[in-house]
Write a protein that binds this ligand. Structure first.
Ligand code: FE
Length: 230
């Protein structure tokens, strides 16, 4: 008998809230009263989320610099992105994965495109995960652009293969609070929130960050990405 919850697709259903809570409470350890690890996964006690694939979109530039701070001094409220990569089958952290992110600046501009065409690098960078599966980026809270809710694009590379292409989203209430500040507030209100975004609607709720503002006024956003190794 196969418990449907143990199938890959089934694992999509059981979710992020649990993982986010586990991350917040214990760093990266997935713990339940019944223990963690592959045995717990097999028993159904623990289930990691296979993070949904989402379109790369038109603004990807390959082979960006390996760097933590991707802002190049551009304005915006400071954002620390904590991106964890875990094996969706075992819940174990994946070390040395290359996490590749890109997003619009506070003005909604992508480097390399449109009015950002003169610079192909701002708000783009790569980091490798550590033994806890963690890749850290220092950036600013992304601005919005026409037709999309706020997001950060991400790719995860393992051993030269892309094992995940996705988009990372923010709770609307957090974005509302951020956008009351300059430089965001000098722009018109965004035109699309999460629920109305056609890409978000296709699994985006499984790629929502949990956000806290720390004592230094930095928005600390945490995301858990469950991937398959190939
Ligand atoms: Fe985008």
């Amino acid at each position: 008998m196969t418990d449907p919850r143990l199938t890959r697709r089934g694992s999509l259903v059981r979710l992020g809230g649990f993982l986010a809570t586990a991350v917040g409470a214990a760093g990266l350890k997935i713990e339940t009263s019944e223990g963690a690890g592959p045995a717990a996964v097999a028993s159904g006690a623990v289930s990691c989320v296979l993070t949904p694939e989402q379109t790369e979109g038109p603004y990807y530039i390959a082979n960006e610099a390996v760097r933590r701070n991707i802002t190049e001094g551009r304005p915006g409220l400071p954002l620390l992105l904590r991106a964890f990569v875990v094996n969706a089958s075992t819940c174990k952290p994946i070390k040395a994965a290359a996490v590749d992110i890109w997003h619009a600046d506070a003005g909604g501009i992508y480097s390399g495109f449109g009015s950002g065409a003169g610079n192909r690098t701002f708000m783009r960078g790569l980091q490798r995960t550590n033994a806890k599966g963690l890749a850290l980026f220092r950036t600013v809270y992304p601005g919005w652009y026409q037709g999309r809710t706020v997001h950060i694009h991400v790719k995860v590379h393992l051993g030269g293969n892309v094992v995940h292409t996705g988009q990372i989203y923010f709770p609307d209430a957090v974005t509302d609070a951020v956008y009351r500040n300059q430089p965001y507030s000098s722009r018109p209100n965004r035109d699309v929130r999460n629920a109305a975004d056609s890409i978000f609607r296709n699994g985006g709720s499984k790629s929502l960050v949990t956000v806290k503002k720390n004592g230094a006024g930095v928005y600390v956003a945490t995301i858990m990405m469950g991937v398959h190794r190939s």
